[in-house]
Design a protein around this ligand. Sequence first.
Ligand code: ADP
Length: 313
Amino acid sequence: MVNPANTANATADTATDTPAEAPTEAPVHKAPEVHTVVPEHRAERPSTSSTSDADSKSGHFELEKVSVSYGGDMALKDVSFYIEPRKVTALIGPSGCGKSTLLRCLNRMNDAIDGVKVEGLISLNGEDINAKAVDPVSLRMYVGQVFQRPNPFPLSIYDNVAFGPRTQGIRKKDELDEIVIDSLKKAAIYEEVKNSLKKHAFELSGGQQQRLCIARALATKPGVLLMDEPCSALDPISTGMIEDTVQQLRDSMTIVIVTHNMQQAARVSDSTAFLLRESIEEPAGLVEITDTTTMFTQPRDKRTENYITGRFG
Ligand code: ADP
């Protein structure tokens, strides 16, 4: 049996020795400086009143000359751009152009990969997320992630969603119930599972499991949600449901979604970044980022036009 706390998942990585009683200050932070990255109020015990209680500016990233190497081989070079708060940004480009690598930089999930080196500056809410004082566990509470394949923990539906809040120290049943129900509603799966919360998560369909994983990520009240091809393993109906969920969440948090599906990028995102690795000898880079409508109607760069019109990739 897999230990959920060891599962490769941003939510699982949130397991901490947080005290059960909700402190008023930074319960999940090992270093006070992390407050500057994660808004202070986010470190408080989550309320169930909204998905994100961050102010309208929190959840923005600035990337300056970000490069990533694996074992000395540079995969991504000098990527610089701004990710707007409370908007959906899509990362598109052919397979192997570094979309997932870039996404993992945003909550330091690359830290878990041997031999990886991340250079450049990645600021979240104006502060360097790779600074020594930043606790990656706290960071991942605030910057949640959903993966390509649904990866529910081998637990009940309820316990999957309650996992993060419990690691944040929430123990009261009423409070957990409220968070679980609220998160399941926001992930648009509540109606389907409300009478079977004790059911094992593995009994759900793939699409339901993915929405459960979204609910699990939402339960820790993230200000940012990273989605790495969240629909690639799903049928069209489930894909539509996930896209509807993204639409519903878009005003309350920053969403960055990797997709190989350009129609999906066009449907769900406000801005789109196009990444490209032009040859095997060179690292990938950012070609352009712009609002999604412009990207798909009047791309600035010929390479973008060639890609979105299906000439390659
Ligand atoms: P995309 O998401 O666009 O398909 P990736 O970010 O997965 O691209 O990969 C970009 C490059 O980095 C590829 O050349 C890939 O082989 C390499 N890469 C990705 N993950 C790893 C890893 N864990 N170890 C070594 N190389 C990796």
